[in-house]
Design a protein around this ligand. Structure first.
Ligand code: ADP
Ligand code: MG
Length: 293
């Protein structure tokens, strides 16, 4: 389905998400139009998301396209980079091509560790290194007035770092959900359980920067506990817990600094919750910033 002349050839389907299907693709210069010949290297791998635009009013197709264009200009070492984007010939689909992360995602890492016997907790230093990387990425985008809106462990990808046996994280799908709002038939979408939904969003208040920070706190909790901070069989039960209940304390082997950090981020009141900038200014957090000081 990806335009044959684009140069990106589908290797396999990776999965279906809320806004469309993700494919692993590979660049083949034989297959692309003359004007695109030298843009990528033969054999380059990437992920292509195919987003149907049939539910988006036609005058907004170009807007969505331009927003992705803006996103492409933004670069950060801990954000999955956008490489390419185009509309299919009939303009019914938007194809977004991004960097392929070959070491899985944080959700998979958490799952693997829960299945280990005894349960294989992530060391604090590693949790915090990943946390700093995510916070730097989030703060970079917030400074540019871009919200993530769908931060969750399955949107945090692992990539081998220069230190052997170690991994860096990269946040994927940044800003995409805003671009794509309205592309899905709301009535027909089966959205996953909204574990990362903030108390203010539960109360039908607008989504803001602090709602991304809440989701970041949920991911931090998940790294410590290897399970979600708030879980329930029903949506109503989940909303109740998010708004009114406290989460189970994290294991005793983690430091008081980490506990305090979590408590501050998972603060129910969005105005009392720290911003990305405040988080990276904390001494305990800065200690884990490889490039900081
Ligand atoms: P979801 O809503 O589950 O995040 P996506 O469309 O984002 O849905 O992703 C579908 C599948 O493709 C998931 O299994 C995800 O891990 C994988 N995937 C998405 N983006 C990338 C990427 N940049 N690199 C590697 N795998 C990816
Ligand atoms: Mg995703």
């Amino acid at each position: 389905r990806i335009a044959a002349s684009s140069g990106w050839q589908v290797s396999k389907q990776l999965g279906r998400g809320q806004y469309g299907t993700a494919y692993l693709v590979c660049w083949d210069e034989e297959k692309c139009g003359e004007e695109r010949k030298d843009q990528y290297k033969n054999g380059d791998q990437a992920v292509a998301k195919v987003v149907g635009l049939e539910f988006l009013p036609e005058k907004e197709h170009n807007l969505a396209f331009q927003e992705v264009e803006l996103m492409r200009a933004l670069r950060h070492p801990h954000i999955v980079a956008l490489k390419d984007h185009f509309l299919t010939e009939a303009s019914l689909e938007l194809i977004i091509v991004m960097e392929f992360c070959d070491s899985g995602d944080l959700r998979g890492e958490v799952k693997r560790r829960t299945q280990a016997k005894p349960i294989d907790l992530i060391p604090e230093a590693r949790i915090m290194t990943w946390f700093v990387q995510m916070t730097l990425a989030l703060n970079y985008m917030h400074q540019r007035h871009i919200l993530h809106r769908d931060l969750k462990s399955s949107n945090v990808f692992l990539k081998s770092s220069t230190t052997e046996g170690d991994y860096d994280v990269r946040i994927g799908d940044f800003g995409i959900s805003r671009v794509l709002e309205g592309t899905v038939d709301v009535a027909a979408t089966v959205v996953g359980t909204p574990y990362y939904m903030s108390p203010e969003v539960c109360k039908a208040e607008p989504y803001g920067y602090k709602s991304d920070i809440w989701a970041l706190g949920c991911v931090l909790y998940e790294m410590c506990m290897l399970k979600h901070a708030f879980e329930s069989q029903s949506l109503l039960g989940l909303v109740y817990k998010i708004v009114s209940e406290t989460y189970e304390p994290i294991p005793p082997q983690y430091s008081a600094d980490l506990r305090t950090l979590l408590d501050d981020i998972l603060e129910k009141s969005s105005s009392k919750r720290p911003s990305g900038q405040e988080l990276i200014s904390r001494p305990y957090v800065r200690r884990f910033d490889a490039n900081g000081q």
